[in-house]
Design a protein around this ligand. Structure first.
Ligand code: ZN
Length: 345
């Protein structure tokens, strides 16, 4: 009885002073309180942020603890928040959010956060359970709020067998593949950081504005890259349906072997249909992705005689030093790979 009362009051203490409590808990269990991703934001990668200059002047004595659910969103948050944040990213580079399963270390990161940024639209189906188990008391910011979400297309894939992690929501979650949506994400991020850290508001607004100019240029460059390619030739095969927003924004047709979740299994009939479609429509480019098993695409390549034209980044960035360590790098890499494959075919 006595033990139990002690445990309860200890938990209540952690809940009340969650910043300190969680840090103490992490330290007691040997968990690094500054993870690799946050470290990159604050010290190791000075080139990661937009060039706003005099950045050091705005660094506060204690950084604002925030969590972003996956690497792409983590980069957007870092571009706005820079060194004022202690940023934890739950799902790192080259990792698949559709099949993510939170561990106790993730709950500890969430517990100490003032803000949790998620994509929403069913991308992180595990969020409600994680927030509950972490006793999260900060603010949950869903950055896709307000965008015109596309409905999930059903490509005849099976929903059977896999009970974990992913969600078959009614909307397609991959909205970040349209740069206009990423600009909207950035506005929500800046608003939330301003509300949580008023002394840093000018700093956040200035960085968000500078980064928005970078994104506007990126959007224009993507359009310019596609401009010389006839609309009828803009057809691409990918493994999971992560590019509908890119396709809508830039006029490209993506045919996916799987559905919107990388975790759904394609049926044999679905593959036969896709192979027929590739032949009929004379699709010229076939890609593997960094977060999905390449075997399905390799099978389709054998049956159609098309050669995989490289790798696209859909739901995760590459590791630092790779081809797509930031959002801007990812969109530039994907666009270059896609347009070269079609032109060269
Ligand atoms: Zn996906």
């Amino acid at each position: 009885m006595k033990r139990r009362r002690f445990a309860t009051s200890l938990l209540a203490g952690v809940g009340a002073a969650w910043g300190l409590g969680a840090t103490g808990l992490a330290a007691a269990q040997g968990v690094a309180t500054v993870p690799a991703q946050a470290g990159a934001a604050s010290s190791a990668a000075p080139a990661a942020g937009p060039a706003t200059g005099a950045a050091g002047a705005a660094a506060p004595a204690t950084a604002l603890p925030v969590v972003a659910t996956f690497s792409i969103l983590g980069d957007l948050v870092r571009q706005v928040g820079g060194e004022r944040l202690q940023l934890d990213v739950l799902i790192g580079p080259d990792s698949d959010a559709h099949v993510f399963q939170p561990r106790p270390s993730h709950a500890r990161q969430v517990r100490q956060a003032r803000l949790l940024f998620s994509n929403g639209l069913g991308f992180e189906g595990w969020i409600p359970r994680l927030l509950q188990s972490a006793a999260f008391r900060g603010q949950h910011v869903v950055v896709s709020r307000g965008i015109a979400a596309l409905r999930s297309a059903d490509h005849g894939h099976s929903h059977g067998g896999h009970g974990h992690g992913h969600s078959h929501g009614e909307h397609d979650p991959h909205a970040w593949q349209n740069v206009a949506h990423a600009r909207s994400y950035v506005r929500h991020i800046a608003d939330a950081l301003c509300a949580a850290d008023a002394p840093g508001c000018d700093f956040y607004r200035q960085r968000a504005q500078a980064y928005d100019a970078v994104l506007a240029q990126l959007d224009a460059d993507i359009r310019a890259a596609w401009a010389p390619i006839a609309p009828a030739q803009r057809k691409v095969i990918v493994s999971h349906d992560a590019f509908a927003y890119y396709g809508q924004a830039y006029g490209v047709r993506f045919l996916a072997a799987r559905g919107v979740s990388s975790d759904s299994e394609p049926t044999a009939r679905g593959i036969v249909r896709l192979v027929q479609q590739i032949r009929q429509e004379q699709v010229r480019a076939l890609f593997v992705e960094n977060v999905t098993d390449p075997r399905l695409i390799e099978q389709i390549a054998r049956e159609t005689g098309l050669r995989p034209a490289g790798r696209l980044y859909s739901d995760a960035l590459s590791a630092p030093g790779g081809t797509a360590p930031t959002y801007v790098d990812m969109l530039r890499h994907n666009t270059q790979a896609l347009t070269r494959a079609i032109v060269g075919a």
